[in-house]
Design a protein around this ligand. Structure first.
Ligand SMILES: C[S@@+](CC[C@H](N)C(=O)[O-])C[C@H]1O[C@@H](n2cnc3c(N)ncnc32)[C@H](O)[C@@H]1O
Length: 238
């Protein structure tokens, strides 16, 4: 099985035009593997299931939510690290915020930034019901402007906002990451489009490809690009 096929396998729900190269049996197989992996991963809490349902009922682009498999992965990473400080860039409906919060140290805090003020009431409602409500700070605004004003260093930074800005974010957030801290950057495979930036020369695809290249070449960090769902780049500051 080549890499492309493997990527599609764990990303079965992103059936973009690229996947028409695959036959139906491949797609069924990928979806089955994704479902099997999800089935044998610990179940999300009722609270997370509720947020996922609401995301599908009340938002226009529900596929932006991290969802159960990726959510439990970032939760586990956070639980292993027991961070004092987490920054999330792009809150959406708060699913990943609550996954990441599971690992916070008792005095730990997560700051999450969302530019869409129409999501504010839903988010405050989700966070208010959470056992982590005292540890979550929601900031509504443009993360590119807000991050330089945050006078603190972070153990984990989850980068999940506008893809065309990933290079700008990288320069900003590496400064504010503690040594041994990690950046988790989502969607770095962009439905497989990064495999061919000549044919797919739109701004998002090209930026994400340059982002992956920059991280790979950057001697200040260790990294792994995981083909989980739409691609997660895990970057550790040395
Ligand atoms: C993929 S969604 C985030 C999903 C969320 N992290 C999760 O896992 O459920 C991206 C979010 O980033 C927000 N966003 C886009 N550009 C932004 C910016 N410059 N500053 C803050 N948020 C931004 C969008 O409004 C959207 O809600």
């Amino acid at each position: 099985m080549n890499y492309y096929v493997f990527y599609c396998l764990i990303n079965g729900i992103y059936l973009s035009k690229f996947i028409v190269k695959l036959n139906k049996m491949d797609i069924d197989f990928f979806n089955a593997i994704h479902e099997y992996s999800q089935k044998y991963t610990m179940d999300p809490s009722q609270e997370l299931n509720h947020i996922e349902r609401e995301t599908h009922l009340k938002t226009l682009a529900p596929r932006m939510v991290s969802g159960p498999l990726q959510g439990q992965f970032i939760r586990l990473l956070s639980q292993i690290m027991q961070p004092d400080s987490i920054l999330e860039i792009g809150t959406f409906t708060g699913y990943a915020t609550l996954c990441l919060a599971e690992g916070l140290s008792p005095q730990g805090k997560i700051i999450t930034i969302e530019s869409n003020d129409e999501l504010e009431n839903m988010l405050l409602n989700h966070f208010e019901k959470s056992k982590f409500k005292e540890q979550i700070e929601l900031i509504i605004g443009n993360a590119l402007e807000i991050i330089p004003t945050l006078d603190m260093m972070f153990d984990i930074i989850y980068l999940d906002a506008g893809k065309k800005d990933y290079l700008k974010y990288y320069d900003l957030i590496l400064e504010q990451l503690k040594p041994n801290g990690i950046i988790i950057a989502d969607n770095v495979l962009w439905s497989g489009k990064v495999l061919d930036t000549i044919q797919n020369n739109d701004e998002h695809t090209v930026t994400l490809h340059e982002f992956n290249e920059k991280v790979y070449q950057d001697e200040r960090v260790d990294n792994i690009l995981l083909p989980l769902r739409d691609g997660l780049h895990i970057i550790r500051k040395k």
